[in-house]
Design a protein around this ligand. Structure first.
Ligand code: AP5
Length: 216
């Protein structure tokens, strides 16, 4: 299974990719998580990308594609790409990476959400420092305040969750990522749309349904 999860920041790509990866036993590859771990670990990659993440800007296409090529496509047969590609150039580079290995995408799931809902989700998000589990102060509160219900780790607010940075991330999305919806729509049957405004469990059910359609 080779899927791309596409959608605005806050659409729930990470939340759903984690559940779907468990259910279908495939790798969940999030470029945002890879970059954040590199920053936390202080690696060369982390030093290079830190300012982009802090400012809500996209990391360069070439560097991002290199990371995906070496850390995901080269190692895994089955994966969900969460947050990659994010530009037309990245989509073309992904096609090349797959072609080179006689592979192709099975589908692209587009999680559709309004700006207003995306802002509300991003500014209320909590993330576990231990296992990365996502929560939301209002929509998906943890069982105990400040504590992860999965691993007991501390919950923190991501550094790119301020209103100012969220607006920048949404602008980057509209300018550079939204055109991918048409890019994939033009490729026969590849694009599937899921209404991301519904409850998390309903979105999971709808996502499973489109994946079952994709995989026949
Ligand atoms: P990344 O981590 O990919 O950020 P993003 O795309 O902006 O996505 P988010 O993680 O913010 O949102 P999401 O859709 O995964 O939603 P989530 O499940 O968390 O990227 C971060 C940065 O890395 C970028 O700004 C860039 O600098 C860099 N980067 C990454 N990839 C790159 C690339 N390809 N090229 C260049 N640069 C790149 O959910 C959000 C909140 O909503 C949570 O609180 C959750 O609990 C809640 N929620 C989820 N679903 C629901 C629901 N159905 N109802 C109510 N609440 C819900």
């Amino acid at each position: 299974m080779k899927l791309v999860f596409l959608g605005p920041p806050g659409a729930g790509k990470g939340t759903q990719a984690s559940k779907i990866a468990d259910r279908f036993a495939v790798t969940h590859a999030s470029t945002g998580d890879i970059f954040r771990q590199a920053v936390a670990g202080g690696s060369e990659l982390g030093k290079t990308v830190k300012s982009y993440l802090d400012e809500g800007k996209l990391v360069s296409d070439e560097l991002t594609a290199q990371v995906v090529d070496s850390m995901v496509i080269d190692r895994e047969d089955s994966f969900i790409l969460d947050g990659f590609p994010r530009t037309i150039v990245q989509a073309e580079l992904l096609d090349e990476m797959l072609d080179k290995r006689q592979m192709s995408l099975d589908g692209v799931v587009f999680f559709q959400l309004s700006d207003q809902e995306a802002v509300e989700r991003l500014t209320g998000r909590l993330v576990c420092q231990g296992c990365g589990q996502n929560y939301h102060v209002k929509f998906m509160p943890p069982p105990e305040e400040g504590v992860c219900g999965k691993c007991g780790g501390d919950l923190i607010v991501r550094s790119d969750s301020s209103m100012e940075i969220v607006e920048k991330r949404l602008n980057e999305y509209k300018e550079k990522t939204e055109p991918l919806v048409d890019y994939y729509r033009k490729q026969n049957g590849l694009l599937k749309i899921v209404d991301a405004a519904l409850s998390p469990d309903q979105v999971t059910r709808d996502t499973v349904k489109v994946i079952e359609e994709i995989m026949g």
